[in-house]
Each structure stands twice: as structure tokens, then as C-alpha cells.
Design a binder for this molecule. Structure first.
Ligand code: GLY
Length: 265
């Protein structure tokens, strides 16, 4: 197996903007601190770079409070990138802001364009064999159908799955750990969507760390979830914990903060 679902030469991140205090959130637990979020963000970028990857750090975009969560703007595959159409109206313009940066690095960049199509990268989990897309409040059937039409010619199989009620994105509740292993909350795994994969559950009460990422040799996970961390370390993963207290106030985690890819040409 080539491990192309978690081995990457590049990542794109975007610095948080002062407007982050207006970022979308399901439950208001207080305004995030820009200073602390920026510190956590710098730690995150440093860990990505420590694996040898080239990380493009884009400037903050004040007009888009949630723009630090770049993952929602695109799906990056080995053959090309697909620019998303975010389902949150305040985030729709973020995708167009990302497109030129992808075109600068990628041979082929396509776009989801249908006026009734909505899809965000946070709802997409790419494994070694398929692209799982969770229908959610941000991603609809039309968006998934359009994505399927764009990536099937590249040889990818898209499977529509479901995001648990009340959960922002499909990947809020899961992460890829290696070719065959998924970290998942028990509630998402109960849907049966990971049949055929080896699944490691987040510890009870630690569901908020399901949004982690495997990036080259490392697993980046939010700090503060010791029982799940210990399970991952015991399973042989090289774990790095990153402060996520401020992004968590906006329902964000490790995957949301980067686009990860190996440009096709
Ligand atoms: N705050 C991240 C989002 O709702 O998209």
C-alpha cells in the first residue's frame, strides 16, 4: 500500500483573524482568544513542518471569521483538488479565496459549482480505498453527487454516509490513523459506516478528540484527552498533542486547520 491517504509533501493553513470571535458555533461557551489560538496554530504548523512537509501559511482573512478552518474549502487528492461549496452562507466565499493557492501548487483544480450543491471538506474522510462523505447540515446529496462526478474519473470511489445528529461534520467524530485504522466515537461507529476497517474508539467522555489527523509519521490530537492518547500510544502511534481550547469553542479540531496533500504535478 502507498499510504497516500496520510503521507503528504504539502499543507496549507491560514492564520486566525481577529474576527474569529464571530466564528460560527453550535453552543456559545465564550469568545475564543486570538492570542492563544494563534499560539496553538503556530504549534500546529511547527508539528506539520517537523515531518519534513512544506507548509504554506496564508494571511488571515478578516472578512471570514471561520477562515482558519481551511479544510472546509477543498478536497485535495493525489490527482487534483476540488474546491468545495460550503453550506454555511458566511463561509461560501472562503472557497474562492483558496482556489488560486491550490492552482499555484496543483496540476488540476476543479470546483463544485451547482447553486443547490453544498459540501464542506470537514465532511470528507479519504482512506486508502474510498472517499467517505457524510451528509450533514453543511453537506447535501447534490454536493456529494457533484463531487462523485468530479473524482470518479480520477479513479476514486465516493460513499455517502451519515453524520450523527447534532454533530457539525462527519470528521468531527472520526479520523484516519493508517491504511486500515479509524479513530472514531462509539456513536459514529454504531452507524456501521466503518465496516471492514479496524476501529479504535475514543475513550468515554473524550469524544472531542476524535477530530485528530495522521500526517506522515505523526498523529496530531487535541491536548487534554489522556485516556485516548494512551490508547493510541500503546497501539504504536507517535502522538503529538496540540492545544485546541480556542478552536474547540468554534467546534474546530485538528483536521479543520489544514489542507494536506501531495501535488500531482
Ligand atoms: N466554526 C466552524 C464552522 O462552523 O464551520
Amino acid at each position: 500500500m502507498s499510504a497516500r491517504s496520510y503521507r503528504f509533501t504539502h499543507a496549507i493553513t491560514r492564520r486566525p483573524a481577529g474576527s474569529i470571535v464571530q466564528g460560527l458555533r453550535a453552543v456559545d461557551t465564550g469568545a475564543p482568544s486570538l492570542a492563544l489560538m494563534s499560539q496553538h496554530h503556530a504549534d500546529y504548523v511547527a508539528v506539520l513542518r517537523s515531518t519534513g512537509a512544506s507548509v504554506v501559511e496564508l494571511d488571515a482573512l478578516e472578512a471570514y471569521p471561520d477562515s482558519v478552518f481551511v479544510e472546509d474549502t477543498a478536497l485535495c487528492l493525489p490527482e487534483g483538488a476540488v474546491v468545495m461549496r460550503p453550506g454555511a452562507p458566511s463561509r461560501l466565499g472562503e472557497a474562492g479565496e483558496m482556489a488560486p493557492h491550490l492552482r499555484a501548487l496543483y496540476g488540476e483544480v476543479t470546483m463544485v459549482t451547482g447553486s443547490g450543491s453544498f459540501i464542506e471538506g470537514g465532511d470528507i474522510l479519504t482512506t486508502e480505498t474510498e472517499v467517505l462523505v457524510g451528509r450533514s447540515a453543511r453537506t447535501n446529496t447534490a454536493g456529494i453527487a457533484e463531487l462523485r462526478g468530479l473524482v470518479t474519473p480520477w479513479g476514486h470511489k465516493v460513499r455517502e454516509v451519515f453524520t450523527p445528529p447534532g454533530v457539525l461534520h462527519f470528521k468531527t467524530d472520526c479520523s484516519l490513523l493508517d491504511e486500515e485504522t479509524i479513530l472514531s466515537t462509539a456513536r459514529l461507529d454504531a452507524s456501521g459506516c466503518f465496516e471492514g476497517y479496524r476501529v479504535i474508539h475514543t475513550a468515554a467522555g473524550e469524544e472531542a478528540c476524535a477530530n485528530s489527523i495522521r500526517f506522515n509519521d505523526l498523529v496530531l490530537m487535541p491536548a487534554g484527552f489522556a485516556r485516548t492518547r494512551d490508547v493510541l500510544v500503546k497501539a504504536g502511534y507517535a502522538v503529538r498533542e496540540i492545544g485546541n481550547s480556542e478552536c474547540a469553542k468554534l467546534d474546530g479540531g485538528m483536521s479543520c486547520l489544514s489542507l494536506r496533500f501531495t501535488p500531482s504535478s
